[in-house]
Ligand binder design. Structure first.
Ligand SMILES: Cc1ncc(COP(=O)(O)O)c(C=O)c1O
Length: 420
C-alpha cells in the first residue's frame, strides 16, 4: 500500500536500511530482540546522550522509551559513565568476589523491606527463571500461575502467557480479576509452585493493579501453598521502594532488572532469608551460577542508577508524564483522532481507539499506531511501536513541549494519510 509516511522513513533512514539488509543475512529478522524490531526495519543507532539519540544517518531523536524504561537517567548519564570508566580500567570480571556487588545488594535491600537477601542474574528473564526455580524447589511443585498478558521475560513458560496462551507449565488468570486467580488456585493449587504478578502490567500496556487485587492474590497463593512472586523489573522505577511499599505488599520473592543495572545487562531475585537459603554454598540445594552474574561493570552502574533514582527525581518524572498525557489528549482531540491512554508514574501507553483494550496484544488500532510510530520517528520522536512511552530523570519541561509538538504533527500526518 502506498504510504508517504513509510516513504519518508525510507528516504530519511537509508543507512539503517543498508545496515538492516546486512544484519538479516546473519540474524533472523536482523535482530536478537523482537521488541527492538519493527517494519520495514528498525533504526540503527549510532550514539545517545541525555534525552536524545542519533541514528547512523545523523537523524536526532528524542528518546521517549529509554530502552523500555531501563535507562532511567537517559543515555550516557555522566555519573554512570564515570563509575564504569573507573571500573573498566580495573577489569570487568573475575571468578571471585567484588565489592560493588555487595554495595548494590545493600542499596536495594535498604529500600525494600521484603528483601533480606538477593542473587544477581543478567536479565529479567533469568530472574524469572531463578524465581521459578526457587519456588519449585521450595514447594516441590512444577507449575506457575501468571496474569494473562503479563510479562516476565521471554522464557517459554512465561512468554506463552504474554500472548494469552496457557502452556504445559503455565496457568493464566485475568489481571485485576481476583475471582479468576482464586478459581485457578482452588482448582489447580497442588500443582502451582508460584504465582507471578506485575504490580503494573508494563508490556501488557501500563495497566495498574488495585491494591485489593494484589493482596487478594497473595493471600490466595498462600492458601494454596504457592509462593507469591512480585515482578518489579519494570516497576522499580515508580517508587524508591518500587510499587510494593506503596501497596503495603510483602511478597515472598521480588524480581528486579532494568534500572538496577544502570543500562547494563541485569536481573535479580530478592526475598526472605529462609527462601534464599537454598543457595547457601556450604549447604547447597540449587546450583546457581553464571559467568557474568554480578559483574563489576553492571554493579557499579546499577549502584549509581539506583542511588540517583530518588524520590524527588521520580516525582519530577511523574509530573512531566502527566503533562505529556494531557498534551497528547488535547492534540488528538484537536485533530479528531480517538485516543485512550493507560498511565502510571513515568510511563504511558497510547491507543488510537475510544477505549483501552485489555492488553496491547489485542488492540484494534494497528493501522493507526503503526503509522503514528513511523511518522513520529520521521519527525524526531522515538517511542515503542506499541505506543508505550517512558520518561527519564534528565528530561525537562522543554522535552515534553518538543515531544508534544512532534506528536501533534505526526498525528496530522496519520490523519491525512488515512483520510480520517
Ligand atoms: C515486568 C518484566 N519482567 C521481566 C522482564 C524481562 O527482562 P529482560 O528483558 O531483562 O529479560 C521485563 C522486560 O521487559 C519486564 O518488563
Amino acid at each position: 500500500m502506498a504510504s508517504s509516511i513509510r516513504d519518508t522513513y525510507l528516504t530519511r533512514t537509508s543507512g539503517s536500511q543498508k545496515a538492516h539488509s546486512k544484519a538479516i543475512q546473519v540474524m533472523p529478522g536482523g535482530t536478537s530482540r523482537q521488541a527492538a524490531y519493527w517494519a520495514p526495519y528498525p533504526l540503527t543507532v549510532e550514539r545517545g546522550e541525555g534525552a536524545n539519540f542519533w541514528d547512523i544517518d545523523g537523524n536526532k531523536y528524542l528518546d521517549f522509551i529509554n530502552n523500555y524504561t531501563a535507562m532511567a537517567h537517559g543515555h550516557a548519564y555522566p555519573p554512570i559513565v564515570e563509575a564504569v570508566a573507573r571500573q573498566l580500567r580495573k577489569g570487568t570480571g573475575y571468578a571471585a568476589a567484588n565489592i560493588p556487588q555487595t554495595a548494590l545488594a545493600e542499596r536495594i535491600i535498604g529500600r525494600i523491606k521484603s528483601v533480606d537477601q538477593i542473587r544477581f542474574t543478567n536479565s529479567g528473564t533469568e530472574a524469572a527463571a531463578l524465581a521459578f526455580t526457587i519456588a519449585r524447589i521450595v514447594t516441590g511443585r512444577r507449575k506457575l500461575l501468571m496474569a494473562r498478558y503479563g510479562y516476565h521475560g521471554s522464557l517459554l513458560e512465561f512468554e506463552t502467557g504474554s500472548f494469552g496462551r496457557e502452556g504445559p507449565l503455565t496457568y493464566l488468570a485475568g489481571y485485576n480479576n481476583l475471582d479468576d486467580f482464586k478459581s485457578v488456585l482452588e482448582q489447580h493449587g497442588p500443582e502451582i509452585a508460584a504465582v507471578f504478578l506485575e504490580p503494573v502490567l508494563g508490556s501488557g500496556g501500563v495497566i495498574s493493579a488495585q491494591d485489593e487485587f494484589l493482596h487478594g492474590v497473595k493471600a490466595a497463593a498462600h492458601k494454596a501453598g504457592a509462593l507469591f512472586v512480585l515482578d518489579e523489573v519494570l516497576t522499580f522505577r515508580f517508587g524508591v521502594s518500587g510499587c510494593q511499599e506503596k501497596s503495603g505488599l510483602d511478597p515472598d520473592l521480588t524480581m528486579f532488572g532494568k534500572v538496577i543495572g544502570g543500562g547494563f545487562p541485569v536481573g535479580a531475585v530478592g526475598g526472605h532469608r529462609d527462601l534464599l537459603r537454598i543457595f547457601e554454598p556450604t549447604n547447597m540445594k540449587v546450583f546457581h551460577t553464571g559467568t557474568f552474574n554480578a559483574n563489576p561493570i553492571t554493579m557499579v552502574a546499577g549502584d549509581v542508577s539506583v542511588r540517583d533514582l530518588d524520590a524527588a527525581r521520580i516525582e519530577k518524572m511523574d509530573k512531566l508524564c502527566l503533562q505529556l498525557k494531557t498534551g497528547l489528549s488535547e492534540a488528538a482531540k484537536s485533530i479528531g483522532l480517538p485516543l485512550s491512554m493507560n498511565h502510571y508514574g513515568s510511563c504511558l501507553n497510547m491507543y488510537f481507539s475510544n477505549s483501552v483494550p485489555e492488553s496491547s496484544v489485542v488492540r484494534t488500532d494497528t493501522q493507526i499506531i503503526d503509522r503514528f510510530h513511523v511518522a513520529a520517528m520521521n519527525r524526531g520522536l522515538f517511542l515503542a511501536p506499541r505506543g508505550m512511552m517512558a520518561l527519564s530523570t534528565v528530561m525537562t519541561e522543554s522535552h515534553i513541549v518538543e515531544a508534544l509538538q512532534i506528536a501533534a504533527a505526526a498525528m496530522q500526518d496519520v490523519a491525512a494519510e488515512l483520510e480520517l
